[in-house]
Design a protein around this ligand. Sequence first.
Ligand SMILES: Nc1ncnc2c1ncn2[C@@H]1O[C@H](COP(=O)(O)OP(=O)(O)OC[C@H]2O[C@@H]([n+]3cccc(C(=O)O)c3)[C@H](O)[C@@H]2O)[C@@H](O)[C@H]1O
Ligand SMILES: Nc1ncnc2c1ncn2[C@@H]1O[C@H](COP(=O)(O)OP(=O)(O)OP(=O)(O)O)[C@@H](O)[C@H]1O
Ligand SMILES: [Mg+2]
Length: 277
Amino acid sequence: MSTEHPVLRSDAPLDLRLSDTELDATADHLATFIEGVIADAGAEGAVIGLSGGIDSTTVAYLAVEALGPDAVHGLVMPSVANSEENMSDAEWVAQELGIEYDVVEIQPIAETFFDAFPEAADDRMAAGNVYVRTRAVLNYFVANHEDKVVLGTGNRAEAMAGYYTKYGDQAVDCNPIGNLYKQQVRQLAAHLGAPENLVTKTPSAEMWSGQTDEEEMGLGYDTLDAILALHVDGPLSKAATVRTLDVDESHVERVVDLYERSAHKRAMPPAPEPLHR
Ligand SMILES: Nc1ncnc2c1ncn2[C@@H]1O[C@H](COP(=O)(O)OP(=O)(O)OC[C@H]2O[C@@H]([n+]3cccc(C(=O)O)c3)[C@H](O)[C@@H]2O)[C@@H](O)[C@H]1O
Ligand SMILES: Nc1ncnc2c1ncn2[C@@H]1O[C@H](COP(=O)(O)OP(=O)(O)OP(=O)(O)O)[C@@H](O)[C@H]1O
Ligand SMILES: [Mg+2]
């Protein structure tokens, strides 16, 4: 398969695309990783939440490469915030890959939480996080019952920016694409055979209608990827990053702020040092 996918002729400020050889090796490496996690856990397979977005689509393709379709169970879990297009794309992915899947409407479950605290129900962030955490409970319900592991779909850009719900979509057993920047995830998805409409889709958490990742974070993934790669993960100073990428200094500061403010999400919950041993 070719990387000469039209959307991947990147005009990103930093071209992080992998070569065809690197993509082949990456697909093998990530499939081997998934296989290893399942073997180490002594598990029977994997559960994955399917959103119709490119991150879960990529992990689903990798899981089938690693384990075969019979060992993968997809969960499509619509709330009122999900578009019909995304939910039908999620089902399409499961059907295309030949994996077992269920559609579980989470709105009634979430409404039970909202009824318990009606004053919080109109807070779209608090309520959106309820949708996300409800899906985590369902993923683990099925995984426990079927002796499977829960596959995460977080990528490196989300992880470093803290752009996920603590104990929500990050409540998983492993993150196969956790070290790929977003543009590399899109590229790998195309390489694995995902269709263009999924590869190019606008990323959204769909915690409320119309939400988009890039609008909420205040910058595009291509810029986020580039600043992370050069400055936060890499050795370049703020000034050198601004010069190299020809981006506004405020973008670099924004990324550093997202990274620093989300440190608590990448660490164990802190406890005081023991006073007496
Ligand atoms: N320094 C610190 N030490 C310990 N805890 C700290 C803390 N700072 C905040 N906290 C606590 O962290 C909690 C807030 O974190 P959290 O509950 O995660 O909520 P929060 O980070 O406020 O919101 C989640 C963010 O992730 C985005 N998201 C979520 C899910 C999926 C996707 C997607 O891309 O699909 C994106 C969502 O749009 C939103 O921007 C609060 O309890 C807060 O008090
Ligand atoms: N409606 C849903 N049903 C099932 N799983 C979901 C749903 N919404 C979100 N998820 C799970 O939460 C994960 C995090 O969502 P996120 O939006 O970051 O990824 P994505 O939708 O796969 O890709 P993108 O970031 O491009 O939208 C998804 O990959 C998926 O595993
Ligand atoms: Mg999404």
